[in-house]
Write a protein that binds this ligand. Sequence first.
Ligand SMILES: Nc1ncnc2c1ncn2[C@@H]1O[C@H](COP(=O)(O)OP(=O)(O)OP(=O)(O)O)[C@@H](O)[C@H]1O
Ligand SMILES: [Mg+2]
Length: 354
Amino acid sequence: MAHGLTALGDFSCRATAIDLGSAMMRMYVEGRGIVASEPSAIARADDTGRMLATGTSALALAHRECGVRLIHPIRNGVPAETGETEDLLRYLLRTHHRRRYMSKPRMAVTVPSVINQVQLGAVRTAAFAAGARQLTLIPTPIAAAAGAGLPSHGEDVAIVADIGAHVTDVGVVLSGELLTGHIALVGGSTMDEAIAAYVRREYGLIIAPLAAETVKLAVGTATVPREDRRTLVHGKDRDTDLPRTVEVSSADIHAAISTSLDAIVRAVRTAVAAAPPEMAGHFFSSGITLTGGGARLAGLDELIRTGTGLRARVAENAAEATVRGAASLLRPIKGFESNRLPPLGHRRRALARH
Ligand SMILES: Nc1ncnc2c1ncn2[C@@H]1O[C@H](COP(=O)(O)OP(=O)(O)OP(=O)(O)O)[C@@H](O)[C@H]1O
Ligand SMILES: [Mg+2]
């Protein structure tokens, strides 16, 4: 019996890292890897407000049926509503932890590098209410740097720009600490909105946000397009309200998103400029690493290179870097895999024995 309880206890305590993004939420469970990557959305009935679905099924329901309101509780990288943020976390733990109702994990949640106390409090409240036993809040650039495999020890400096849906979060990370952090409210969703506005203005066509995103994924580029690629987009005529289809080109999309691209480059320049001058030499060797779903836009590395004069590269599995990094920062120290670490003095003595 005692043994059984220990086994259950161990499982329910498996360290869990969560990236609660404005568009996507991702969860990593120790020993299992990424177990969830779903839209951070809740579907509610329009009339009663009843919660109908969460995550992937919420998005599907909202597209399939009328009378369904889609809510995004995370706005600009932080909870816009604590109760609904708790619902998202509770959903992740119940659905993706195998032992559903016993999950009380040690938890890491990523947060923007610039965040106020009220917003931090909202994340904390939601995480503990959803079942966290212990909570570590990790600034996105630190998690992203770890997830992208950048060095976190010694004198090595990492510049990371995480380009999400609403937020571009740029940090200079030294020995796992955040030296400077800067956020700009621009990302993939901002581009989608700009594309929808452009298509409405230039072609008189009203398109859904998802259609704008699809066009961006199909023909979007961060640099002036070298070849003219085209794609069809469906929507409603602005004047007649009737369905209509138009063909848009990569040049159209580049023109539509240029303001967002400028804002991303500005954000990176601002964060780099805020670092002390003695870092300058390190910057040339380390360059800039891009993470987040938005970093996958074709040519973004080239644009950042041109805009900063520094090397830039997109991390492998860019969209998952933050959640992987957060999980790696939670990993128990070898030989101390218990749920509670012994006091620091014990750890130092034990490490000295190795
Ligand atoms: N191949 C791609 N090309 C361009 N954009 C992409 C690509 N893949 C994903 N995206 C964009 O990345 C964005 C989502 O990125 P991510 O999942 O990092 O955001 P998030 O973490 O939910 O948001 P935030 O960090 O701003 O809170 C979406 O806007 C999506 O359109
Ligand atoms: Mg993000």
